[in-house]
Design a protein around this ligand. Structure first.
Ligand SMILES: [Zn+2]
Length: 477
């Protein structure tokens, strides 16, 4: 983008709450079931049926808001957001507009240059989801079907202030937001699985200015990556409009992930937001709020600080261990088995997580339970196996239920630490490679590496490298 313009970006994020039932009825909250199976007169929005607000949705919405450091409002209320579309046959959606559940939150993110930035969150409000439209063909006739399983699903919408300045910041903000909300347990926040949807409002202005120009809304991004791509594309598009003297008008555009462009979307009729008379106002007493607050677990930032202090990890390692709540719990379980915590963090980050990702498993579902990993790392610490053997054993521990001992013994992984045995190997290697020995004595230090390699090969990789080097250096000395 040109040097003299900057982008102004705000996000609106819809998050599906982890609830057993829908927001205003007792139908199960399982939108993926057979179409229209989870419905009742309330969520089919038939006339004459009053919504009954679900307390579980309120609790999860409060947890999500607390995870974003928002102030929970003592009173909030639902409005009818009026619009007409086949996914909303009653003609309005219950949403909070005038009196949202929570306000004034923030998240701290680190930008590409390592600088910390605070992104303010304007509000978090509750909302019911609309039905899902399915477009199909019956013979040669295109038809649109309506699935009400999603109708009335509990959502919160999170609205940021326009504090983001580029696509990279927006992506990093989303990663932080997902981590916070997942920790709180209130949502899975998966864009790929449809439990999170992100719309972006983008405008541009002269750099350093504080004016807000006409913004364009972009929708239809299905991954964090595509949010970044769509924003980057839109910034460039608006800049070109500016160069061409074409005015930027308020409208909505859809991201096309195949063509990698945004294109204008046909406008929906959108009406006013009027107070809803059927759902009572929500009044939150401080005792109730305190009680919900106690259910918020230790959050990633605090937890990482504790890991630094208590386990002596570097901040970087601690942050990696806290990237997911399940990973942080896994790390603690391994470290609490009495393994060096740094070794545990190194192995989890460097070996376990990449291996599980490759096999499409998680720390919670894998056979690599904390005590199996701890057993392996203890053998490594005691020099009973070396690290290349440990990596191989790790794969076998993941792939079978066999106990660690059986895997180590049957695979012959135990490392050779008996000095006598290694002395004999070294003697033989030195005898077989007289020219390398001579080169070493003339000062070619590379020769040592060669001789070590030969000796290691002679033990089929099972020598204790430290001991081997000690003997080798002494004998060459
Ligand atoms: Zn229902």
């Amino acid at each position: 983008m040109s040097m003299d313009h900057e982008a102004v970006i705000g996000l609106e994020i819809h998050v599906q709450l982890n609830c057993e039932t829908k927001m205003f009825c007792r139908c199960p909250s399982r939108p993926g079931d057979e179409p229209n199976r989870n419905t009742c007169p309330i969520c089919l929005w038939l006339p004459g049926n009053l919504p009954r607000f679900n307390r579980e949705a309120l609790e999860q919405a409060i947890l999500a808001s607390l995870a974003l450091d928002c102030e929970i409002q003592k009173e909030s209320a639902f409005d009818q957001k009026v619009y007409y579309y086949p996914d909303l046959p009653k003609g309005y959606q219950l949403s909070q507009f005038h009196m949202p559940l929570a306000m004034n939150g923030h998240l701290n993110v680190t930008d590409a240059n390592g600088a910390r930035k605070t992104i303010r969150i304007r509000k978090v409000h509750m909302e019911e989801d609309v039905a899902r439209l399915v477009h199909e063909n019956e013979g040669r006739t295109p038809v649109s079907l309506v699935d009400f399983n999603r109708a009335g699903m509990p959502l919160v919408e999170i609205v940021t202030e326009p504090d983001l300045r580029n696509s990279g910041d927006a992506m990093e903000f989303l990663r932080c937001l997902i981590r916070q909300i997942r920790y709180s347990g209130s949502s899975e926040c998966s864009m790929e699985q449809g439990t999170m949807r992100v719309d972006a409002n983008v405008s541009i202005r002269p750099a350093g200015s504080d004016q807000f120009n006409t913004k364009v809304e972009i929708k239809n991004m299905n991954s964090i990556r595509s949010v970044g791509d769509a924003i980057a594309y839109e910034i460039e598009r608006q800049k070109e409009c500016l160069v061409d003297g074409e005015p930027i008008v308020l409208h909505t555009r859809l991201w096309d992930p195949e063509k990698r462009v945004t294109s204008p979307m046909r406008g929906k009729f959108e009406g006013p937001c009027v107070p809803d008379p059927s759902v009572p106002r929500i009044v939150i007493e401080s005792e109730y709020l305190d009680e919900v607050r106690t259910r918020l677990p230790e959050m990633p930032e605090q937890k990482a600080q504790r890991f630094v202090k208590h386990y002596g990890l570097t901040y970087e390692d601690a942050a990696t261990m806290c990237s997911e709540r399940s990973v942080s719990e896994y790390f603690e379980a391994v470290a609490d088995c009495g393994v060096s915590s740094r070794l545990a963090a190194q192995w989890i980050a460097g070996q376990v997580l990449p291996l599980l990702k490759e096999c499409d498993e998680t720390v919670s579902t894998s056979r690599l339970t904390p005590d199996r990993l701890a057993g392996l790392l203890k053998m490594l610490e005691r020099d009973e196996i070396n690290s290349s053997a440990a990596k191989e054993i790790l794969g076998k521990l993941r792939g079978s239920d066999a106990p660690l001992k059986v895997i180590v013994e049957s695979g012959g992984f135990r490392q050779v630490s008996e000095a006598d045995q290694l002395e004999a190997v070294v003697d033989r290697v030195l005898e077989e490679n007289p020219s390398a020995v001579e080169n070493f004595r003339k000062g070619a230090s590379k020769a040592l590496g060669f001789l070590m390699g030969q000796a290691m090969q002679a033990t089929r990789g099972k020598a204790n490298p430290r001991l081997l080097k000690e003997i080798m250096t002494r004998k060459l000395g």
